[in-house]
Design a protein around this ligand. Structure first.
Ligand code: RIB
Ligand code: CA
Length: 310
């Protein structure tokens, strides 16, 4: 695979942190910037977490504060899983890294409009920043290679029976992105629930004994404790890093090209990613949805990523 430029929009968040880890030191990824959105915690906290992660992992990229709220709805956070700080479980050294002076939407627009080669945009939180950038400056589409997002599900939700968190926090933003005409790779709960951070996985990564493995181990301990409390899961699904892992090895996932509509009705299915998996309606196919994952390959990618740190 040729080295790719990647712009990551996220809401750190324990699993977002591992996505940053996978993208931060890989010779196949040129991480050109991180934009942050409210989601797992408030923007103030997700932003601070992104700065701390980049400083601790020595990832020298611009970090920009994005949207403080969804486009229409009020912000909903996920403190039960990610804790009061949004990244409970690890104490970072004194923070000295500061934000880039540009707001998230401005960074996305400036970077994409002036890109000299197509850029992979990855979102691992609510898609407010990307949606607003597309609305403010649709010309950025010419320089977006594809959008790879963690969100949705063609089967079940994790906040309501129908809706997954990233989509439900800002369904209108998701609607804008899914209807942008861009190539959409939707990595949903269908596959992320197949990569749970079981105790054996924590043990495997802990044995690497570097600063990244220490971060992984401490964060996953709290993440798993909370996932058990909320969902009685023996190991939390490691949602967000699947996006980066897919960019690193597209054979990781089996994708199905489908029509996907975001349910914007205000009923019990609000925020559902309605994927027409069996093409009942024959509508235009706008989304590649992940339907299977090579679990062993995923953990190998995670282990390789952690080993790239000091
Ligand atoms: O539903 C899982 C998603 O919501 C992940 O991105 C997690 O970080 C939270 O943002
Ligand atoms: Ca996230």
């Amino acid at each position: 695979m040729k080295k790719r430029k990647v712009l990551l929009d996220c809401d750190p968040g324990h699993d977002d942190a591992i996505a940053i880890m996978l993208a931060g030191k890989n010779e196949l990824i040129d991480l050109i910037g991180i934009t942050v959105v409210s989601g797992n915690q408030t923007l103030e906290k997700t932003g601070r977490n992104a700065l701390n992660l980049c400083q601790y992992l020595d990832i020298d990229v611009p970090v920009c504060l994005g949207a403080d709220n969804p486009i229409i709805k009020d912000v909903e956070i996920c403190e039960a899983i990610h804790g009061e700080s949004g990244l409970d479980g690890f104490t970072f050294p004194k923070l000295t890294k500061t934000y880039d002076e540009r707001r998230g939407v401005d960074f996305i627009v400036d970077t994409l409009l002036n890109a000299e080669e197509p850029i992979d945009v990855v979102t691992t939180g609510p898609m407010t920043n990307l949606a607003l950038a597309l609305r403010v400056e649709p010309r950025i589409k010419k320089n977006i290679r594809q959008v790879t997002l963690m969100g949705g599900s063609y089967q079940f939700g994790n906040v309501t029976p129908a809706a997954e968190f990233n989509i439900l926090v800002d369904p209108e933003a998701a609607h804008i992105v899914f209807n942008s005409g861009l190539r959409i790779n939707m990595i949903g709960l269908d596959v992320t629930h197949m990569v749970k951070v079981l105790p054996s996985v924590v043990k495997r990564m802990e044995a690497i004994h570097n600063k990244a493995s220490k971060l992984f181990t401490k964060l996953m301990k709290v993440y798993n404790e909370n996932q058990y409390k909320v969902f009685e899961l023996e190991g939390g699904p490691l949602h967000d890093p699947v996006t980066i892992a897919y960019l690193l090895d597209e054979d990781l996932l089996e994708m199905k090209h489908v029509n996907c509509e975001i349910d914007l009705s205000k009923g019990s299915s609000y925020g559902r990613t309605n994927c027409d998996i069996f093409n009942y309606l024959g509508k235009p196919k706008n989304t590649y949805v992940a339907v299977d994952i090579d679990v062993e390959k995923f953990w190998d990618i995670v282990e390789d990523a952690i080993k790239k740190y000091d």
